[in-house]
Design a protein around this ligand. Structure first.
Ligand SMILES: Nc1ncnc2c1ncn2[C@@H]1O[C@H](COP(=O)(O)OP(=O)(O)O)[C@@H](O)[C@H]1O
Ligand SMILES: [Mg+2]
Length: 259
């Protein structure tokens, strides 16, 4: 058994003839967290989508949890299983939580899309609502009754109640107030330490990434220009672009959560 959760080699992704990822290689050990940082348009979300398998690779190898992601299109069962093992927490819970479903219904649907039965899964739903700092009785409420931070907690609960092996969080704190961002990051770090899930944490904000990551990959124009341990990247940046990011954010290193 490999100790790698993610193994990406020479990944190229194109949209309509335009290449947006160039020769991306990345390896991530099971149980660790990698932060992916870079300015808007640098290809972070495209990398995430290639890992989840919703964006095809033009070339290169993408293996997650020992599964060759490019083969999922040919195997429906494997694809179904993969979607449960590899979860993406979306940036905007407004768009990902149905306004017409109670929180309980949304979470029950995540457990079993064919039989979204809240009563059947109520113990599990209650457990996860409490685990993310909400309360069990909130399962009867609708998304509009919650704040942005609470909705993001619900999205986290939905991603984690399937006990996934790999979770990608793509800019999940970008729309939140600074103090709420810190709470969400601390919650994720705590849950990660508890359940040992492997994570990819994407943000344009260096301080956010630093707060939760063991490893960091810096993306610029569709390439990973530098990667290493968080200490290496923040303490001894080699690439000019990494230095520029650090200079542009005088709060880093030091957990200043604005941007
Ligand atoms: N579905 C798409 N079709 C065409 N171009 C896209 C699509 N998705 C992303 N892009 C382009 O790919 C590049 C990388 O985008 P993205 O991965 O969203 O960057 P980031 O998440 O770092 O902001 C950008 O130039 C963006 O315009
Ligand atoms: Mg993005």
């Amino acid at each position: 058994m490999t100790a790698l959760m993610v193994d990406v080699r020479g990944l190229e992704v194109s949209f309509g003839g335009t290449r947006v990822l160039h020769d991306v290689s990345l390896a991530l050990e099971k149980g660790s967290t990698i932060g992916v940082v870079g300015e808007s348009g640098s290809g972070k979300s495209t990398l995430a989508k290639a890992l989840v398998g919703v964006v095809p690779a033009a070339s290169g190898a993408v293996t997650v949890g020992g599964i060759d992601v490019r083969r999922l299109g040919r195997d429906r069962r494997a694809a179904y299983d993969y979607r449960r093992r590899v979860q993406m927490i979306p940036q905007d819970p407004y768009s990902s939580l149905s306004p017409r479903r109670t929180v309980g219904q949304t979470l029950a649907e995540a457990v079993d899309p064919r039989r979204a039965d809240v009563r059947r899964f109520s113990d599990r739903i209650a457990h996860w609502l409490e685990r993310v700092g909400l309360s069990a009785d909130m399962m009867t409420r609708y998304p509009h009754e919650f704040s942005g931070g609470q909705r993001q907690r619900i999205a986290i609960a939905r991603s984690l109640l399937l006990d996934p092996s790999f979770v990608i969080a793509d800019e999940i704190t970008s729309a939140l107030d600074v103090s709420v961002q810190a709470q969400i990051l601390d919650l994720l770090a705590e849950i990660k330490a508890e359940v040992g899930v492997t994570m990819m944490f994407i943000s344009h904000n260096l301080a956010v990434v630093q707060r939760v990551s063991d490893y960091v990959a810096v993306m610029y124009r569709g390439e990973v220009v530098e990667s290493g341990t968080a200490d290496e990247i923040y303490g001894d940046p080699r690439h000019w672009y990494t230095r520029r990011l650090l200079d542009a954010d005088p709060g880093a290193p030091g957990f200043r959560l604005d941007a």
